[in-house]
Design a protein around this ligand. Structure first.
Ligand code: ADQ
Length: 489
């Protein structure tokens, strides 16, 4: 232990998230292939140089044998990752069940699964039990590696039970929790059978963070209405214990996108795309294929625009990149078929022998291809029905320094609160309004585009993911100092 040996060391930051930033594939009994996925959280924390970050989470594979667990733990240690092992049954009940079938839709205002409401209370309860059990397994791993002076940062709706488990182990542990999704109105949250237990557990943290003030406000009012605790300007208070609640809007590593545009391979890609779509304006959608992203609504609005503006039919193309997620869940399979059906109908209706109005790709793009696409886009369409923040809108803005394209952004994405000044805000449910906004964006004069882009570009480049992480952790450290001060008085 560096600290015990008296060497100066950075403060350790234990980042706990459902998934590690590394995916593991087993090559043989005792060897593993690890692939790093540079998501928003990873790049956010790469930029936070003042901390020594370690990751705790599930590696995405079921490893039930001792050799497998030992060798995987060893390989992951080189990447500063510590695995939590979850068996298949737990993954099914906790991850697919309680997290993705109950909390995810509920937090995005899609309600609880109808069929579970009356008939399958038992299954609801067993999923919640698995959720608690999984969170306890995460807590065990954190507790094993925890050293005095570490800060623990728990992420997202998968781990709402974790703050309480951790504080039970060690009341002095510095624990923060951040939610990446919206926190819904208390009227929605109160429909959840386990509403109180989850709130109480989150309140065990020292600092609770959300993307926007609205989500923070919803959380505080859920705590006051459901638990009867007191909401204060700082957060939630119960019997003298204050849990700080605040908004910490996430950002992106904008430099990474801006630098990528200079790379020869990205420039080649940009050139190819420009040639491919010469004479047509490019509209772009990049989403995980999820009901919250409003993909059918977006495509229907585009159809309406083409219907009403025949002169634009061969002058505009919509590229919709939708990476499939949770493919084993039937609602997601239905969504895929629905999107395919609408795209097929529109292309049949408005396509010609040489061109179709919608290019729909059911897959993920690599980083460089994505940057090139963002750079050649004239109008980006983000029509989430609800979205914690939405980083695609930020990434698009970061790549538009030369083109100064227009962002059409759902007012139900957290990003609407930060990019609202430069974007055209829409209600994605209102297909007529979105279609009209498409027309407005396609015809927008250059000076207005430039002005709107500048506002957003300034925001995206000055509110980065690194700043987000540094602010959260420093505030987490401060809350602990406050708590210690209180006990000293
Ligand atoms: P997501 O729902 O995944 O994140 P978002 O914030 O838009 O939504 O981030 C998606 C990321 O995946 C982006 O970095 C994007 O580039 C990438 N991506 C999406 N589709 C892709 C494709 N087809 N090919 C390649 N890359 C693709 C959750 C919440 C959000 C919140 C983030 C961060 O739902 O609201 O903003 O966490 O807190």
């Amino acid at each position: 232990n560096e600290r015990q040996e008296g060497r100066p060391s950075k403060q350790r930051l234990l980042v706990v998230a459902n998934r590690l930033p590394v995916s593991a594939v087993r090559r043989s009994v005792d060897s593993w292939q690890l692939e790093i996925s540079v998501g928003g959280l990873v790049s956010a924390l790469l930029g936070v140089k003042e901390f020594d970050a370690r990751w705790i989470g599930w590696a995405g594979v079921n490893v039930s044998d001792d050799i497998g667990q030992k060798t995987l733990t060893k390989s992951l240690a080189e990447k500063r990752c510590i695995p939590v092992f979850l068996d298949e049954e737990i993954v099914q009940q906790y991850y697919n069940g309680y997290c993705n079938n109950i909390l995810w839709p509920l937090f995005h205002y899609l309600g609880l699964p109808q069929e579970d409401r009356l008939a399958t209370t038992r299954s609801f309860q067993s999923q919640f039990d698995a959720y608690k059990k999984a969170n306890q397994l995460f807590a065990d791993v954190v507790n094993d590696i925890y050293q005095e002076g570490d800060v623990v940062w728990c992420h997202d709706y998968h781990l709402m039970f974790l703050p309480q488990c951790l504080k039970r182990y060690n009341g002095n542990m510095k624990v923060g929790w951040f939610l990446h999704t919206p926190f819904p109105s208390s009227e929605i949250h109160r429909t959840l059978p386990s509403r109180s237990e989850l709130l109480t557990s989150v309140l065990a943290a020292d600092l609770v963070g959300f993307h926007t003030y609205d989500y923070a406000r919803h959380f505080v009012s859920a705590c006051t209405r459901i638990l009867g605790f007191e909401g204060t300007p700082e957060g939630v208070e119960n019997q003298g214990k204050l849990t700080r609640v605040a908004a910490f809007p996430i950002g992106i590593d904008s430099d990474r996108f801006i630098r990528a545009l200079e790379l020869p391979q990205v420039q080649d890609h940009i050139k190819e795309l420009k040639e491919r779509f010469a004479g047509r304006k490019v509209m772009l959608g990049v989403d995980r294929l999820d009901m919250i992203k409003g993909i059918p609504q977006k495509i229907l609005a585009f159809e309406k625009y083409l219907e009403e503006n025949p002169n634009w039919r061969d002058k505009v193309v919509l590229l919709q990149i939708a990476v499939p997620t949770r493919t084993d869940v039937s609602e997601y399979q239905k969504l895929t078929s629905q999107v395919h059906e609408i795209v097929g109908r529109i292309n049949g209706r408005f396509g010609t022998l040489t061109a179709v109005p919608i290019h729909h790709l059911d897959r993920s793009l690599d980083f460089h291809a994505l940057c090139a696409l963002y750079a050649v886009t004239d109008v980006a369409l983000v029509t989430s029905l609800r979205d914690g923040m939405n980083l695609v809108s930020y990434e698009f803005v970061a790549c538009q320094a030369s083109k100064k394209g227009v962002l059409i952004l759902s007012e139900f994405a957290g990003a609407a609160q930060s990019l609202g000044a430069g974007a055209i805000l829409v209600n994605p449910w209102n297909i007529t309004e979105v279609a009209a906004s498409i027309g407005y964006a396609l015809n927008m004069p250059a000076d207005e585009r430039e002005k709107r882009h500048q506002l957003n570009f300034m925001h995206v480049t000055s509110h980065t993911s690194q700043e987000w992480a540094a602010t959260f952790v420093s505030e987490l450290n401060d809350t602990i100092v406050e708590a210690q001060l209180r006990t000293c008085q």
